[in-house]
Design a protein. Structure first.
Length: 216
């Protein structure tokens, strides 16, 4: 993970990195600890978020949290670790824990926006994160769309991660989340607030054995 210092911009974005899952479907333990070019995957994604313009990254751990903390270099400038004891309830509980910590992460200075990212997307680059932040407008949500990803249909837009939430919307978005759906319910309820940035690539996550090529 690059030793990137927090941004000096006033109230820079704070990232919430969801890294609490056990990776049961893949069957190789927590995805945070998957090897990515000689380092735990969580280190790589933290570095991408910092290099992309986030001033702080709140890493939400859950499954085998102590093992992850011992193996990954997360004691770095701009990184804060939060352990979600209720991670087995699903992604929504980790989103709420991360958002709550992120809104306090600047020592009382509210961030302008929050970037929500998943640890199992190693293909996301710092350029992708910077593109999202550059397009984001106050009071809105900026979601990713991946040019190479299959589209569902014209009626249901394919919003994907990472996404940027205005700080004033982050709390309601997290509160509306249930199970493993994350902020999906909030986005569907307020499509008029959502802007989309299209990235190259397909935005795949590491979910099954066939996806392990993403780590090479």
């Amino acid at each position: 993970m690059p030793a990137t210092p927090p941004s000096s911009a006033p109230n820079p974005a704070v990232a919430v990195l969801l890294a609490a899952g056990a990776g049961r479907r893949l069957g190789r333990g927590p995805k945070a600890l998957l090897d990515h070019r000689g380092h735990p995957l969580v280190e790589h994604v933290v570095g991408v978020l910092l290099d992309g313009g986030c001033g702080t990254v709140v890493v939400v751990l859950g499954a085998e949290a102590e093992r992850v903390r011992a193996a990954a270099a997360l004691d770095a400038p701009g990184v804060r670790v939060v352990v979600n004891a209720g991670w087995t309830a699903g992604m929504a509980s980790s989103l709420r824990a991360g958002v709550s910590a992120a809104l306090e992460a600047r020592a009382g200075e509210a961030p302008a926006c929050l970037v929500v990212a998943h640890v199992d997307q190693p293909g996301v680059t710092s350029d992708d994160v910077a593109r999202l932040l550059g397009a984001h407008r106050a009071g809105r949500v900026t979601a990713s769309r991946w040019a190479g990803a299959p589209q569902v249909d014209d009626v249901r837009p394919r919003w994907a991660h990472p996404l940027v939430l205005d700080a004033g919307l982050a709390g309601p978005a997290a509160a509306s989340a249930t199970g493993d759906a994350g902020a999906r319910a909030f986005l569907r309820a307020h499509p008029e607030l959502v802007d989309v940035v299209v990235h190259p690539g397909d935005g795949r996550d590491v979910d099954i054995e066939a996806d392990l090529d993403l780590l090479t």
